[in-house]
Design a protein around this ligand. Structure first.
Ligand code: IPE
Ligand code: IPE
Ligand code: MG
Length: 248
């Protein structure tokens, strides 16, 4: 068993859920079967993170680039997403989870946007974990969107260019109000970021596993968390400084 120390859990865990298609193809199944199994993993991971007391869980479910996949796959992903949103609200309520979405929602179909609005509004007063799905999300697009928002406010005269610093800039990102991720997990053996949360992961710990997302489970989650807890986060300082800070 993996030993998890509740006081050393990441406050914000972000996950690039990758490998659904390969999981299916390795079994001579259609890619959509892998996506369906992937939704099962989402349920398991969401409930376990909430049970453990993780404050924020952000899942990369659909990138802006994924929308350029073959039409049939995009259509199936949308159908799966709609079903997830409709079915999940009651489980989210039961677990006191607040639901949130980041991404360019103008690229999503109307029925998906309605389902998102409904789940966000149903769960808005929940005080437990914040679950964020990144949908039609791209980090460069997000940074450009933030720059446009800032430029707008400077032009309107509500902000002076000299006031712009990291904190102010971050308020214009989709993730405003969320702390930066402490741990980023990517499944399926790929060691890349694929345009996810580029600004926010500046000091996140990265964890890569060969396991495909449909096979990721509680045990794999615990393994990742245990590994995270063994790391020393130095933020550019030397080891003595961060250790002394912990025990003044
Ligand atoms: C991740 O699995 C889910 C989405 C990107 C929607 P993939 O569909 O990328 O699976 P692989 O990487 O092709 O195996
Ligand atoms: C990243 O996975 C996006 C999601 C998991 C939603 P991809 O499968 O799209 O990434 P690449 O294409 O391998 O970089
Ligand atoms: Mg992939």
């Amino acid at each position: 068993m993996h030993e998890i120390h509740p006081e050393k859990l990441p406050r914000h865990l972000a996950v690039i859920m990758d490998g659904n298609g390969r999981w299916a193809q390795e079994r001579m199944l259609k890619r959509i079967v892998g996506h369906r199994r992937g939704v099962e993993t989402v349920r398991i991971v969401v409930e376990e993170c909430s049970r453990l007391g993780i404050g924020y869980l952000t899942l990369f479910a659909l990138s802006s680039e994924n929308l350029l996949r073959p039409k049939g796959e995009v259509r199936s992903l949308m159908a799966l997403l709609k079903r997830y949103l409709e079915k999940e609200a009651s489980r989210l309520m039961k677990n006191n989870i607040r639901f949130n979405v980041i991404g360019d929602r103008s690229k999503l179909p109307d029925d998906i946007n309605l389902a998102i609005d409904s789940t966000v509004s149903k769960t808005k007063d929940n005080s437990g974990m914040v679950l964020t799905l990144a949908l039609s999300y791209g980090a460069r697009q997000e940074i450009a969107y933030a720059a446009a928002g800032l430029a707008h406010d400077v032009a309107a005269g509500t902000i002076c260019p000299g006031d712009v610093d990291e904190g102010l800039f971050a308020r214009y990102l989709y993730t405003t109000g969320l702390p930066d991720p402490d741990l980023l997990i990517r499944t399926s053996g790929e060691m890349r970021i694929s345009n996810f949360l580029l600004w926010q992961i500046a000091y996140a710990e990265l964890y890569f596993t060969e396991v495909n997302w449909p096979d990721f489970n509680k045990e794999e989650l615990h393994r990742a968390l245990e590994n995270y807890q063994s790391r020393e986060r130095r933020y550019g300082l030397i080891g003595d400084q961060v250790r002394n800070r912990r025990q003044p």
